[in-house]
Design a protein around this ligand. Structure first.
Ligand SMILES: C[S@@+](CC[C@H](N)C(=O)[O-])C[C@H]1O[C@@H](n2cnc3c(N)ncnc32)[C@H](O)[C@@H]1O
Length: 204
């Protein structure tokens, strides 16, 4: 990478990209409009838009300094829209977002942001999703019915040391926020390294 290359490189996004793409391909319908929350480097947007040829992709970020990286990763990838500023805590969400959307993807925000972001994400997503649409969240969770992997406990301690407002969340708490927003947990998909892809659907 040259020093003028605006692309940021997330090793985690490089690792989890292929299994996440396979999980999305197996679950999403053939066509749709995806809203991505907290796009970060833009690696996910580029990989997933390329691998889901019937889908249009709308990246968003709270931090507009990420836009150069998102644009650079997505350059030449068809069906990716220009990124939009979205801080999930700014409720109601900006009028600039496309609505309704067929699916919403959000990786690695819930544990790397203050807890208030979880409820805001659920409320905002419920307000944007088309009937039958789903919110997909990805990351580690503490599950009451599954022994917590030592790696996730260490990760939780590391996050809290970096910022006391961060931390791996209890799935039961996330679920309560989702239910209050009108979303129910449809599927819990085991992913590599003790992560989960969670599929949240609007209450009918
Ligand atoms: C750990 S990174 C994850 C990036 C990407 N989703 C991934 O998995 O590679 C967390 C991202 O959340 C964004 N973020 C933090 N607080 C946010 C908020 N309140 N609303 C939207 N995005 C936020 C940060 O700017 C950062 O890009």
């Amino acid at each position: 990478m040259s020093s003028s290359d605006p692309r940021r490189h997330s090793p985690a996004a490089e690792r989890n990209g292929p299994p996440l793409l396979a999980a999305l391909q197996a679950r999403l319908p053939a066509h749709g409009l995806m809203l991505e929350i907290a796009s970060g480097s833009g690696q996910h947007a580029a990989r997933f838009a390329a691998g889901l040829p019937g889908w249009h992709w709308q990246p968003t970020e709270a931090d507009p300094r990420a836009f150069g990286s998102i644009r650079a990763w997505c350059a030449g990838v068809p069906r990716v829209r220009d990124p939009i500023v979205l801080d999930v805590l700014d409720e109601p969400w900006t009028e600039a977002l496309p609505r309704p959307v067929d699916a919403i993807f959000c990786a690695n925000l819930i544990h790397i942001a203050p807890w208030a972001c979880t409820g805001a994400l659920m409320r905002g997503a419920a307000g944007c999703l088309a009937p039958g649409g789903v919110l997909l969240t990805y990351g580690p969770y503490l599950e009451d019915d599954v022994p917590t992997a030592p790696g996730n406990l260490a990760f939780d301690a590391e996050l809290r040391a970096r910022d006391p407002a961060w931390g791996v969340r209890r799935l039961a708490d996330v679920r309560a926020e989702a239910l209050a927003a009108g979303l129910h947990l449809r599927e819990r998909v085991a992913m590599p390294a003790n992560n989960r892809l969670l599929v949240w659907a609007r209450e009918r």
